[in-house]
Design a protein around this ligand. Sequence first.
Ligand code: SF4
Length: 279
Amino acid sequence: MPTAGLSPSRAKDFSRCPLLFRLRAIDKLPEPRTYAQLKGILTHTVLEQLFRLPPAERTVEQAISMVRPAVDDAVPPDDELVQLVAQAGGVEKLVDDVSGLVRTDFDLEDPRRLTPQALELWVQATIGGRRGAPTMKVRGYIDRLDVAPGTGALRIVDYKTGKAPGPSHNYEALFQLRCYALALWRSDGTVPAMLQLLYLAGGAVRREEPNVAGLERTEARLLALWSGIVRCARTGEWPAAPGPLCPWCYFKPRCPAFGGAAPLPPPDLLERLGLEEEE
Ligand code: SF4
C-alpha cells in the first residue's frame, strides 16, 4: 500500500483546488509537457552536472558547454518533444534560453566557492501522530543542500526558472523550502540555517532563516491540509474551487465549474492515498 504523504507541490494543489489535486495526484491523469517545464528540467540538469564537478571547474564556460549535450539527451530526434520545441522556436532557441538561465546563476552566486553536501536530495519524514492525530509523510527533492565549511550550517537551495513573485507572495513562495526544512528537522533534528530561492529568469534571490516555531507552523498547516484530503476521500466530494489560475488548468474543459464533467474517481482511491477502508 502506498504511504500517505504529500509533496509541497501537491499540498499547494489541494489548497488551490481539491478537484485539481484529485485529478493530478490521485487519478494521475496525464498532462502535456510544456516548453517552460522543459527549460526548467534542462536548467536543473545542467546545474546539477556543474555542481558535481570539482569547484575549480565550475566556470560559466563549462556550464554553457553542458547545455547542448543536455538538450540533445532530453530531446532525441524521434521524441514527441521535437514538435513542442519547434513550435516554441526550435532547438537553437531552447539552447539559448537554457544558457541564459544558467548564466544568471553565475550573477547570483559563485559556484566555485560553494560546497554542496548533496544534489537532488530526496527527503522524507513522518509528521503528526501526537495526541491520537493522524500521521503523514512530507517529502520531496531538494535541488541543492549547501554546507558551510567550518560551521557545518546547512542551506537549502532551490532554482526557479520563472520570474520572482512580488513582495506580497514572498512568504508563500518559500512554503516549499519550509516543507523540506521540516522534513530534515523531523528526520534528524537539524534545522537548516537558511532557505534560498534563486530565480534565474530575471535574477532575484529570496531568503529566509527558518526556526523551530516556523517549522511547527508549517507542520500544522500540512496536517490541516492532510485532514482536508482525508475528509474529501471519505466523503467522495472533491469540490472544484475556481480561482485566478484556472485559465492555465489543463483540466478546465472537464471541470464542473466551467460546464464540464469530471471523470469518476478511481475505485481504489483510498488505497492510492494510503488510507484504510472505514469499518
Ligand atoms: S479549472 Fe480551476 S476549478 Fe476547475 S479543476 Fe482546474 S483549478 Fe480547479
